[in-house]
Design a protein around this ligand. Structure first.
Ligand code: ZN
Length: 203
């Protein structure tokens, strides 16, 4: 591994600030606080309280990455943007943001995610972007659970996969979920941080 990557990994702290049977991860570096996924609409007080309990503060969060635009992973995204948190959107995700808007009921409390003020990244540019946040890794499109699913893969082998199935869900090797997981393995994923359930070390 690259020495710079070792340094960044050593200075990277990961905590789970999830609730309601979902995992939301906060990555803290000297330069930034990156939140991976957020909960349902109307749960901002719960996020705030969970962060506090885990020794952090919502006011310190600088960036948000959503693994896929389903309500249990993206419901609060716009509310966080209103607090000044920058939303990172990968190139394969804008259609997912539109689909979430169609899906949410008017009485859900959902605040529509505006498209114009996001950091839209190509996967090939994600490594350089993350380096600016003190994070050694890249963001990859990993369709399978949904077309807009992405994974943050750290150089350390930690992979934040959202709801990408960690086990084969089909015997078809060409199934998008299998292709995505195979790609993560080839790129060095060693420990899966899923959107739900416990961490999964890979053999
Ligand atoms: Zn989910």
């Amino acid at each position: 591994m690259h020495s710079e990557a070792i340094l960044s990994t050593a200075r990277l702290n990961i905590i789970n600030v999830g609730y309601d049977a979902a995992n939301y991860y906060l990555l803290a570096t000297p330069q930034a606080r990156l939140l991976i996924d957020v909960g349902w609409p109307d749960t901002l007080p719960r996020l705030r309280a969970t962060l506090k309990r885990m020794g952090s503060d919502l006011a310190e969060v600088t960036h948000l990455l959503v693994t896929h635009y389903h309500p249990d992973h993206a419901g609060l995204a716009q509310e966080l943007k209103r607090l000044g948190i920058k939303l990172i959107v990968l190139e394969n995700q804008p259609a997912g943001i539109m689909a979430l808007k169609q899906y949410m009921k008017p009485d859900s409390g959902y605040v529509e995610i505006t498209p114009h003020d996001n950091i839209v990244l190509r996967s090939v540019d994600s490594c350089a972007f993350l380096r600016g946040l003190g994070i050694a890794g890249e963001i990859l499109p990993t369709p399978g659970h949904s077309d807009d699913s992405v994974t943050l893969l750290l150089d350390s082998g930690a992979a934040f996969i959202g709801d990408l199935p960690a086990v084969r869900i089909s015997d078809d090797p060409a199934h998008p979920a299998n292709v995505s997981m195979e790609q993560l393995l080839l790129k060095g994923a060693r420990l899966l941080y899923p959107g739900h359930g416990p961490l999964r070390p890979l053999p």
